[in-house]
Design a binder for this molecule. Structure first.
Ligand code: SAM
Length: 236
């Protein structure tokens, strides 16, 4: 900044030398402040574009790796983009999060500089991602992206590994990951919105999924659900 001021002949000693030149100096000073503000905004935007790029990778890589994993487990012909639940609401949520991020970076860049909050969000993203991937690998062919409403021969009840601790580790992982992405971006509105929307989605999906699991596995599933918690807060 000192260099920039010197290059524009705006060092304080020089600016106070002549009262006559004061008007011109003031004009230049105003211009300098506005340029500096623009530069600092551009700098924030550039820094945060890197931040967004990381966020984009953190959004994209789980989806891509899940797609590859699903192809390995279920076979290429049984997997397509709709089976990965990339819905209109999901895309809208991502756009909302991006808009919130850009608006806040413009009007309140300091909001995005709480690094401990951002790092806590990153930790949630990693924990969520590992939990979900463990669930997919543990359940193997029993983990289908669309809820099974007919029992198939290969569909066995999974109660080991991560399923020993929670009944829906795939959903717990997704929930932690989704909220974590918004905490990582220091997006307060999207953090609340993602928590509510993702929670509501699972709160209605889980009873439906468990209705069929009870039909397929009867008393074994009853016993399992009695002893193992759901894995989504306030859903029993
Ligand atoms: C998207 S997967 C999600 C699995 C599980 N809800 C989770 O969060 O890890 C949905 C499919 O998994 C099956 N599923 C869920 N829990 C299961 C379990 N414990 N054993 C076997 N299949 C299960 C359901 O029948 C459904 O077709």
């Amino acid at each position: 900044m000192k260099q920039l001021m010197q290059s524009r002949n705006l060092s304080p000693s020089r600016s106070h030398r002549s009262k006559a030149a004061g008007g011109v100096q003031l004009k230049e000073l105003r211009q300098f402040i506005s340029e500096t503000f623009e530069m600092s905004f551009m700098k924030h935007l550039c820094d945060d574009m890197q931040h967004q790029f990381v966020a984009l990778i953190l959004h994209g890589s789980p989806t891509l790796s899940e797609y590859i994993l699903a192809m390995i487990i279920h076979g290429k012909s049984n997997v397509n983009l709709t089976s990965l639940l990339i819905s209109k609401s999901y895309v809208l949520a991502m756009i909302f999060s991006l808009v919130e991020y850009i608006v806040e970076i413009y009007f309140s860049p300091a909001l995005k500089e709480h690094w401990w909050i951002s790092n806590a969000g990153l930790a949630m993203v990693v924990v969520g991602e590992i939990t979900r991937k463990l669930a997919i690998i543990t359940a193997g062919r029993s983990f289908t992206h669309l809820i099974k409403v007919y029992h198939e021969e290969h569909h066995t009840l999974v109660t080991h590994g991560v399923y020993k601790y929670v009944r829906h580790p795939g959903y717990s992982g997704f929930f932690i990951w989704a909220v974590g992405t918004q905490i990582m971006l220091c997006n307060p509105l999207s953090t609340v919105a993602f928590s509510i929307v993702v929670w509501k989605f699972f709160a209605s999906r889980i009873p439906y999924e468990e209705f069929f699991l009870r039909q397929f596995f009867g008393s074994r599933y009853d016993e399992y659900s009695r002893t193992v918690p759901c894995g989504i807060p306030f859903v029993s």
